[in-house]
Structure formats: structure tokens, C-alpha cells
Design a binder for this molecule. Structure first.
Ligand code: SF4
Length: 177
């Protein structure tokens, strides 16, 4: 069997979906015999590689870096899964949307509700360039499969990966829950 080139990506999320991945516990040892983890926040690789078979993407798209990475992930991955409610709907990450566009969010966070000095950060790069609205992953790139949940349970993630390892096409399975 050909080894799966697996990536996990962390966009605008709390990392709870990655914690759920790690909750697959001893099955991770089995997975390690079947797949190579070629990119992940829990791996050293900093550059998203070419030729990824499966990308599990946690989190919504909230800033320019997320958008850039999501586009790269789409270009270089055969299958992209929106992993968890933030990637699927925006969820918790999108709770800032009612505050208005990026300038209004920064104003309210740093000035209105900020510390006693109430200053905007002025160091270049100290704050990511926020998008005016947080959006789910599919609003930025085409997504092949959705695995909702906050977070999706480890057995659901395992079931999805096992199905893909068996060569099942995701379109044949609409629900891994
Ligand atoms: Fe965290 Fe839930 Fe969002 Fe996953 S879906 S990143 S667990 S808030």
C-alpha cells in the first residue's frame, strides 16, 4: 500500500481540533506505519510541501496569512478536509464579525477595552493583518469534505482517515459522524 502524505494545518482555531487528533492515542502508532506527516504544527517542516494527499485543516480564515496558506494548501493537496466547526462555519473564530471590519475590531480590542494606556500596537508585524470578516474555509478555497464538531471526536477523525486509506472516495460518504 502506498503511504499517505498527510498534512494538518492550523488556521484560526483554538488548536482543540489538533488535540482531538492527538486523542487518537495508540492508533497514531498504526497511522505512523501508513502515512508520512509531511506538514503540521506538531512537525518541524515550516514550508507547505508539494504533493500532499490529504490536508486536515483546522480553523477559520481570519487574516492574510491564513488566506495565503489556505490557497497554498489547496494548490498542493489532492484532498482538503475542513476539520471542525471553525473551518466549517467560522464558529468561535467568527464571533468577532459583529464588531465590524478589522479597524473597528482593533480599535475596540486595544483602545475601548484595552489596558490603561489604550494604545494600538505600532510595531510592524506585531499583529497579523486581519481580514474584515472571518470566513469559513470554503469561502476561500474549494473544500472536498467537511468534518464538523467542536472538536470532531477522535474516532470520527480516525474513521475518515481509515476510509481514505481504503481508497474510498469521500463523495461516497457524506457523513463521518
Ligand atoms: Fe477549537 Fe472548536 Fe474551533 Fe476546533 S472547532 S478550533 S475545537 S473552537
Amino acid at each position: 500500500m502506498q503511504r499517505l502524505r498527510l498534512a494538518t494545518v492550523w488556521l484560526g482555531g483554538c488548536s482543540g481540533c489538533h488535540m482531538s487528533l492527538l486523542d487518537m492515542d495508540e492508533w497514531l502508532m498504526t497511522l505512523a506505519t501508513l502515512a508520512d506527516l509531511v506538514y503540521s504544527p506538531i512537525a518541524d517542516t515550516k514550508r507547505y510541501p508539494e504533493g500532499v494527499d490529504l490536508a486536515l485543516v483546522e480553523g477559520a480564515v481570519a487574516n492574510e496569512e491564513h488566506r495565503e496558506l489556505a490557497r497554498l494548501v489547496r494548490q498542493r493537496s489532492r484532498m482538503v478536509v475542513a476539520l471542525g466547526d471553525c473551518a466549517v462555519t467560522g464558529n468561535v473564530t467568527a464571533m468577532r464579525n459583529p464588531l465590524g471590519p478589522a479597524t473597528s475590531v482593533l480599535q475596540q480590542v486595544y483602545i475601548t477595552h484595552g489596558g490603561p494606556r489604550g494604545e494600538m500596537p505600532d510595531e510592524p508585524g506585531s499583529v497579523p493583518i486581519l481580514l474584515d470578516q472571518v470566513v469559513p474555509l470554503h469561502a476561500t478555497i474549494p473544500v472536498d469534505l467537511y468534518l464538523p464538531g467542536c472538536p470532531p471526536a477522535a474516532p470520527q477523525i480516525r474513521e475518515l482517515i481509515e476510509a481514505l486509506l481504503r481508497g474510498e472516495h469521500p463523495a461516497e460518504r457524506s457523513n463521518f459522524g
